[in-house]
Write a protein that binds this ligand. Structure first.
Ligand code: NAD
Ligand code: ZN
Length: 277
């Protein structure tokens, strides 16, 4: 059966060989962090960046778990709730329309541009992302080199037949039908092309992400709270396979103790020097 997306409380036990006890390797300041990153990038044969909402906060898209993040304001709507109730489908669309300005205006930030430069230089295979904002593609990384683990919110699909719908179309229908959640010609529910809690992970994307993770010698976990599973298992998988692990996040994460380098700085600031390589 396909693996469903879950939050931390139900995460699987850590694999043997990966211990969370250990010495944090926290970069003492910005300069040291940049210098260490430069050395690690130079030494790496294959880098796999793995990104979360934190890389896009400077682009005006709020994350979920920072103070003031979306979930400090409203609880997420699970996949089951979306399927079960018209009221929840309507609420889910209302929230999506409320975010439209943010998504439409957002342009790639310094972090996105740095990863695009690593990709252009042949250093990074591509990007594995939990983000749904399309900004890695917008930064110039070809779509086939962006693995989206949680889908994409810049368009919608029918849950039954897979037909694609544009957000503008959905919004017009929503207005024309007096705030009813639109359905597909086949009768299926239309939903943003994202993976909600309780919804199955995209199997091919997850399999490719695991392959890249096993093959890399440097894994960069950037701007993720690392609490959404199974995506959060990837940094540990990389580590188990002998890769170096770097975590860039202004807040501590549960996996800092297994990382080779922890950078507790603003992502844009620390990655800016790599943006024009
Ligand atoms: P999260 O909100 O759980 O965590 C974001 C992390 O980034 C936090 O730990 C925060 O400390 C850090 N952060 C934020 N801004 C930063 C900055 N400027 N510099 C350094 N660190 C910064 O996000 P997640 O781990 O990606 O998981 C949330 C889920 O929500 C994902 O599955 C994703 O699909 C979805 N989401 C996506 C977007 C997006 O596409 N931009 C936005 C919100 C949520
Ligand atoms: Zn359909």
């Amino acid at each position: 059966m396909a693996c469903a997306i879950v939050a931390a409380s139900s995460r699987p036990a850590l694999s043997p060989g990966v211990s969370l006890a250990g010495q944090d390797m926290i970069a003492p300041d910005l300069e040291t962090a940049i210098e260490s990153l430069r050395r690690m990038f130079d030494e790496a044969a294959m880098i796999v960046p793995f990104t979360g909402a934190g890389i896009s906060t400077e682009c005006g898209i709020p994350d979920f778990r920072s103070p003031g993040g979306i979930w400090t304001k409203m609880a997420p709507i699970s996949f089951d709730a979306f399927l079960a109730s018209e009221e929840m489908r309507i609420e889910s669309w209302r929230r999506r329309f409320a975010m439209e300005e943010h998504f439409r205006k957002a342009r790639p930030g310094r972090g996105h541009r740095a990863l695009a430069a690593l990709h252009r230089a042949g250093k990074a295979r591509g990007v594995i992302t939990q983000n749904i904002d399309n900004l890695h593609q917008a930064s110039g990384i070809p779509p086939e080199d962006v693995i989206e683990l949680h889908g994409n919110t810049t368009y919608a699909t029918c849950l039954d037949c897979g037909q694609r719908y544009e957000i503008d179309w959905v919004r017009e229908r929503f207005a024309a039908e007096n705030a009813r959640a639109p359905t597909c010609a086949c009768g299926g529910f239309i939903k943003t092309a994202t993976v909600s809690f309780g919804q199955a992970m995209p199997e091919i994307a997850m399999r490719r992400a695991e392959e890249w993770t096993r093959a890399c010698d440097l894994f960069l976990a950037i701007g993720s709270s690392l609490v959404v599973w199974p995506a959060a298992g990837l940094p540990l998988l990389a580590k188990q396979n002998g890769a170096r692990l770097v975590i860039i996040n202004r807040e501590p994460t549960e996996f800092d103790a297994v990382a080779d380098l922890v950078v507790r700085q603003d992502i844009g600031t620390v990655l800016a020097p790599f943006a024009e390589r």
